[in-house]
Design a protein. Structure first.
Length: 133
C-alpha cells in the first residue's frame, strides 16, 4: 500500500525582536503559501501556535514572540494520493524571506489497531502484583 501521511508539523521563527503581530502575519502568510503549494482541497485543517512555545520553558523562560508551530492535517483520501517526500520538498522550497528558521516533519499514519488488547496479570505474590500495577 502507498505510504500515507496525514499530518505535517512545522516549527518556525521570525527574526529575533519581531513582535507577536509580525509573527502572526508570517504565520498567516506561510499558511496561505502552504495551501497554494499542497492544494487547499487536500488540506483538512491548519492549526498555528505563535509566541512562547512549550520548548521555550526550558530556555530561561524567554518570551519568544518570534516563534511558532503549525500542524497541517491532510484529508485521509488525499494522504494516499500525495507523495509525502514531494510535499516536504515543495514546502521546504517555498520562498520564506519573512522567516529566520524553518523546519518541517511528517507523521505517518500508524497501522490499524483492530480490537482492544486484553491483559491479565497473575502472580503468586499479591503484594508484588499490586506494586507492579
Amino acid at each position: 500500500p502507498p505510504e500515507n501521511v496525514e499530518k505535517y508539523t512545522i516549527k518556525f521563527e521570525t527574526h529575533i525582536g519581531d513582535s507577536l503581530e509580525k509573527t502572526k502575519e508570517a504565520s498567516n502568510k506561510l499558511s496561505a503559501d502552504i495551501e497554494d503549494t499542497i492544494g487547499k482541497e487536500n488540506i483538512e485543517n491548519i492549526i498555528s501556535y505563535i509566541g512562547q512555545s512549550g520548548t521555550a520553558l526550558t530556555e530561561d523562560l524567554q518570551q519568544n514572540h518570534h516563534t511558532g508551530e503549525m500542524q497541517i492535517y491532510i484529508h485521509e483520501e488525499a494522504s494516499y494520493k500525495l507523495d509525502y517526500k514531494k510535499v516536504l520538498e515543495d514546502v521546504r522550497n517555498i520562498e520564506k524571506p519573512y522567516l529566520a528558521k524553518f523546519d518541517i516533519s511528517q507523521e505517518a499514519a500508524g497501522p490499524s489497531v483492530g480490537r482492544a488488547i486484553e491483559v491479565n496479570f497473575r502472580s503468586n505474590n499479591e503484594e508484588n502484583l499490586y506494586k507492579k500495577v
